[in-house]
Design a protein around this ligand. Structure first.
Ligand code: TXA
Ligand code: MG
Length: 345
């Protein structure tokens, strides 16, 4: 392929951290590891640099980005009216997989917020991510480092597959520990509002704040035509592999019977099932994890969605996880991957 960029994966040694930081300071984009998923980073204070993220990902320009920070000075530079809840949550969960949406100070370039008066901020815990932010000494705007709409990348190789020819530098920080994007919580309105579920759950946040938080209906339901999204990201197709995903809400036995009936008439189907079910299913299977281990399912989800394409599945029947605790995060991603196609048995 002819390309202006020589996409290369670099080990996270000091020399390459400096290379990445210099590229970022000079206005280039760099893919960096985080504990959740890989991010496609640019200097959040440089409009031209941030523009390159939208071009490389083919991301709609009304979908705002998360600014990644390495200290509280950066938080206070980017945000205004930082309330007590924000400090309580930051102290409890940062560095880590929690993104806070706060009133923007206007210091980040407008594209980061996609024209909103708020800005999303998070301090990642991945050692290499923190090293790169510190070395660049600017907040880094970074969405997931995948082509818009496809499953998020959880390894340097996933980024390479998705964005080859669109950037020079991918820093390899290994497979992401968590494997699912951060929890996004808005503190910009009266009552805290959960915009995207993650490994840090609604219940944990409520426990730490000692009060109830609201949850956006778009987490589990399709927005109706014309309905305004609290978080612009929620209105787009997401996490979709090439295979058509259909979610099956059923007990294990019924789920297996349903698939085995389909398998009699269609060779191109696969099952995205829970551990143990594969032994009784008569088509190709990809195992999401143990039924009662949502953390494991979260870790595996994007890998398994990519795997379905690798094995050539045209249609994949996914056994639906429940909607409680960490499972809500898995459910939220998988129902979007399925474009809200659900069959209840
Ligand atoms: O774990 C993560 O959060 C990863 C890693 C790289 O940090 N990043 C990530 O970014 O998932 P992205 O761009 O794929 O998702 C950001 C989400 C989108 O749904 C976006 O709409 C929402 O956060 N968001 C960003 N800024 C917002 C704002 N000001 N108000 C409401 N939602 C916002
Ligand atoms: Mg994303």
């Amino acid at each position: 392929m002819n390309s202006a960029f020589k996409t290369k994966i670099y080990t996270p040694i000091r020399q390459n951290i400096e290379l990445a930081a210099n590229a970022l300071v000079n206005g280039d984009i760099v893919a960096i590891p985080t504990e959740t998923v890989y991010g496609l980073a640019a200097n959040a204070l440089n409009e031209n640099a941030v523009k390159k993220i939208f071009t490389a990902k083919q991301r709609p320009s009304d979908n705002p980005l998360i600014a990644h920070i390495s200290n509280y000075d950066m938080l206070e530079m980017l945000c205004e009216n930082i309330n007590e809840d924000a400090y309580i949550l930051a102290q409890k969960f940062w560095p880590g997989p929690l993104t806070l949406v706060l009133k923007s100070s206007g210091k980040a370039c407008p594209l980061v917020s996609a024209g909103l008066n708020t800005i999303a901020v998070r301090m990642p815990s991945h050692k290499t991510a923190l090293e790169i932010i510190k070395a660049a000494n600017v907040p880094l705007a970074a969405p997931s480092a995948n082509k818009s709409g496809t499953p998020s990348p959880t390894s340097a190789n996933d980024v390479f597959q998705d964005l080859f020819g669109k950037l020079d530098i991918i820093i390899n920080g290994g497979t992401c520990d968590i494997g699912l994007e951060s929890t996004v919580l808005s503190l910009a309105s009266e009552k805290p509002l959960l915009l995207r579920p993650g490994i840090i759950t609604k219940q944990e946040i409520e426990h730490v704040l000692n009060k109830e938080i609201a949850i956006s209906s778009a987490i589990t339901q399709k927005l109706s035509d014309g309905q305004k999204a609290h978080s612009p990201g929620m209105k787009y197709t997401h996490y979709s592999p090439k295979a058509k995903i259909i979610l099956i809400k059923a007990e294990s036995e019924k789920y297996i019977d349903y698939i085995n009936e389909k398998a009699l008439i269609d060779n191109n189907i696969a099952a995205l099932c829970f551990e143990g079910e594969e032994q009784n299913i008569n088509c190709k299977t990809v195992v999401l994890g143990k039924k009662d281990d949502a953390k494991q399912q979260a870790h595996n989800l994007f890998y398994t969605l990519r795997k379905l394409d690798e094995i050539g599945a045209k249609t994949a029947y996914a056994h639906c996880p429940d909607e409680h605790g960490i499972s809500l995060a898995v459910y939220n991603r998988i129902i979007r991957a399925a474009a809200f196609r659900v069959i209840e048995l």
